[in-house]
Design a protein. Structure first.
Ligand SMILES: [Zn+2]
Length: 262
């Protein structure tokens, strides 16, 4: 019994060393914010974070949030970026003079926090990371009851029609075109070309009785803490979904010319 108890304690120590018992949000105030502003900003992030945890899965690590103050901005969050080293987190550059509802209806937090659900895959695969976060941002706003299912479909359609109309690389596969779009700084076209992949994957998974969010739930729980690269991640997502949909659709983007089907 003593040996078993020791093993249980040892296992517990190992488990707590590899994953925090209560992964949570960690706040970093990089400039001065009033108490009222801090409440408004933390509430916005907490609601977004909870919507992701409920509709996908709890993050298996602490998420660090850094707030930087701006003034006279044209929107609540003109700039944000993720931290992807030993700490997983987001830097938000915010103008706190905007109202709580203006922050809630801004998709930046939903987009940036979604990035953290999958590992950093290198700048050469930014089409994938940005496509994923662009797909997810509206799923999260929908989970927060800020967007109806009809609005969600219409917004995807509007974004994809716009990206396709601006797309000029119809004779090469999208994965090659993505490098050119990035060099030319055609970011909305790059992002929504990437998002088309995830919409297509989601549609195919739903036809099999699953969905991208359901697959992500399994993936985050089992494997998010593993570092990864694009092909290994794709194979893992295939395994989590019990299909070959992720690799099949990725292969299409590698070989088929034109804007991704969706
Ligand atoms: Zn992004």
């Amino acid at each position: 019994m003593k040996t078993i108890a020791t093993l249980v304690i040892l296992f517990g120590l190992l488990a707590s060393a590899s994953s925090p018992a209560h992964a949570e949000l960690r706040w970093h105030w990089e400039n001065h914010f009033s108490e009222r502003e801090k409440i408004q900003l933390t509430d916005w992030i907490q609601q977004t974070y909870q919507a992701i945890e409920t509709s996908v899965a709890p993050y298996p690590f602490d998420v660090h949030i850094y707030f930087h103050r701006l003034s006279g901005a044209k929107e609540p969050v003109p700039w944000a970026s993720t931290r992807r080293s030993y700490r997983q987190g987001v830097d938000f550059h915010v103008d706190p003079s905007f109202s709580p509802s203006e922050f809630m209806n801004d998709w930046t937090a939903a987009h940036e926090l979604s990035h953290l659900l999958i590992p950093f895959l290198g700048t050469e695969n930014s089409w994938y990371a940005e496509g994923f976060a662009s797909f997810m941002q509206y799923q999260v706003l929908h989970a927060m009851n800020l967007m109806s299912a009809k609005d969600l479909d219409q917004e995807y359609k509007r974004r994809l029609i716009k990206a396709k109309s601006r797309y000029k690389f119809n004779d090469i596969p999208f994965v090659l075109a993505a490098k050119k779009l990035r060099a030319q700084r055609k970011f909305p076209t790059l992002y929504w070309g990437g998002a088309a992949y995830f919409l297509q994957v989601d549609k195919a998974l739903k036809a099999e009785g699953s969905s991208l969010l359901k697959t992500l739930r399994d993936y985050v729980v089992c494997c998010r803490r593993n570092s990864s690269e694009l092909n290994a991640l794709t194979q893992q997502l295939d395994r989590s979904s019990g299909t070959f949909i992720f690799s099949r659709e990725l292969n299409t983007l590698n070989v088929q010319a034109g804007f991704p089907r969706h």
